[in-house]
Design a protein around this ligand. Sequence first.
Ligand code: FES
Length: 222
Amino acid sequence: MTRYKRQDPEITRRKFINVAMGTTAAVGGVSLLSTLGAANPVFRLTADKMPPLEGDILVHAEESKEGRPITVADLSTQLVRAWAMGKDEDGNDVIRKGDPNNILALYRFPQGQLVAPTNLEATVDGQIVAYSDICTHAGCSVSDSDINAGQMRCPCHSGEYDPKRGAIVTGGPPPKPLAQLPIRQDGDRLVVAGFFLTPPYPYHNSEAEWNNVKQEVEEALT
Ligand code: FES
């Protein structure tokens, strides 16, 4: 697993705001933004707030089994939520859930069902795929659709995504697909193979901001 080496580099103010606002960021955010803007505190990018990193193990996010490594057998065509788990500066396991935007959605589809624009090289055997589970419209957590079979649906404003086609937007207001996270298999475990392939929420509209986050993380790891 990736080990966090340097202590407490600064986190960007924008990222902290999204952490503070959680996965239901959009509604009622003005007063919180105003408060944060006035306070202008110093924010820190700690190991638990880092985005999923290469070498992290994927673990269950569901409360009853949180932290348990996810195996291939745990996955199906139904969404399984996951966190990435790495190491802190002392070598202890750390689940990267300090930033709620780090929540992930995992699927396992029968061979041949995952198609472009899914990056199949970033999946396990073209069958297991991982995405950010945070809607690119306003940051809600996305679920399986109970209306359109095989689709993902955002409960906040009915955004829809197709998890078999790179989580492209198939309905509603989301401006961008869910970001795909590259993964690989290591024995029984599923392991993160690198950063998200495209900027995840809340950086989905700014490649530059996402690049800054990645640079910040890489500096913290050297
Ligand atoms: S937050 Fe609006 S559709 Fe998801």
